[in-house]
Design a protein around this ligand. Sequence first.
Ligand SMILES: [Mn+2]
Length: 324
Amino acid sequence: MIKFPLEIIETIKNSSSVAIFTHVKPDGDCLGSAMALKLTLEKLGKKCDVFCPTQISEDFKIIKNIASFNCPKLKSYDLAISVDIPDRGRMGYDISRFDSISKSIKIDHHLGGSENFATYNFSLPTASTANLIYYLILQLKVEIDDDIASCLYTGIATDTGCFKHKNTTKEEHYIVSKLMEFNFDYNDINYHMFVHKTMDQVNLIKILYENIKLHFGDKVLISNISLKDYERTNLSTDNDKELIQNLNGIGNSLIYVLIRQNTPNKFIVGFRSCSEKYDVASFAQKYFGGGGHPMAAGCTIYGSYKLVISKILSALKDEYGWIC
Ligand SMILES: [Mn+2]
């Protein structure tokens, strides 16, 4: 049972118009949490708008009223609530709107790099922000309904990789067992979040597989996607749908690397590993100022592709003593 401080509960109860903020490159957790919160606040008779600073992928049409994002009905608000946002930078251009509202609450589950940017800040290391919103709803004494349950499920399923990641505990299963008393199509949610792909995405996956190279014997598997590849498939680093997941678990490799070109001289690099023994979060942090989780991490590296790949290979060599 998670308990929000009384001042947060009182602040929400005493507000009448609320703006809810999500992060750039929105995922199922921020969007599901935001919509669950909006539906809850509306049940309390409050007026509510939801904002997202970047384009929302088609996959999220499974979230109730997703079209209401960025279609404000109000001109001003007495409360701002950010969900799933650890630092101001993740709010993109919406930060100026957030800052213009006199009172604010931050609700988040990321602890790394977390900033207290709101009037009231509530961050707890749970699997998803939706976990926190579930308990907030209980504390506000609002009855969960089918739509709210569906939004919360989307958040928890997203951030646990459909209950596959190590952050999945009995707590997530407990909340979901409560949510499944309601009538919503979890199968449809899982299909759109984890199964469905567009043909453009399939064409990008083909390129991803064609570009695979093995290093240090087969210990490290690396693939890359160039700006040209993105152009050819009408996609970008923003909508390639967790492309790196398609590399994870191939053959006997220990570490999987995906190098994605974002601008001519900027590469977004993802790392996955087969076990916590190969902690890619501390690796990415130590050599490239990145971060993440032991088995899933990332960083940004600037320079030409040639330079980027040679930096990664020499860092792997230094870290693990592997020889090419
Ligand atoms: Mn999240």
